[in-house]
Design a protein around this ligand. Structure first.
Ligand code: FES
Length: 76
C-alpha cells in the first residue's frame, strides 16, 4: 500500500510538489496555502518527505520513520 495524497483535503503529493516548485513554498507555507496536514495530520510526515525527496508515491512509514520526518528542519 502506498500513500500519494492528503486524503482529508484530496491533495495529491504531485500537486503539492508542483505548487512548491512554482511558489518556493516549504511545508508550513504549503499547509497555509492548501490546508494540507490540517485535519487528521496523518499525511504530515509524507508531505515533508515528498518535499525533501520528490517521492510522490510512498510506502507506509513505520512510526519511527514518521517521527524522523516530523522533526522540524531549518528548511521546513
Ligand atoms: S490526510 Fe492530510 S490532513 Fe488528513
Amino acid at each position: 500500500m502506498y500513500v500519494n495524497r492528503c486524503v482529508c483535503h484530496s491533495l495529491s503529493f504531485s500537486h503539492l510538489l508542483l505548487l512548491a516548485s512554482e511558489t518556493g513554498a516549504g511545508f508550513e507555507q504549503l499547509r497555509a496555502l492548501t490546508g494540507c496536514s490540517t485535519a487528521c495530520t496523518m499525511c504530515e510526515p509524507y508531505v515533508r518527505k515528498a518535499l525533501a525527496t520528490k517521492e510522490t508515491n510512498q510506502p507506509i512509514m513505520s512510526p519511527e520513520e514518521a517521527m524522523r520526518w516530523l522533526k522540524p528542519t531549518p528548511s521546513a
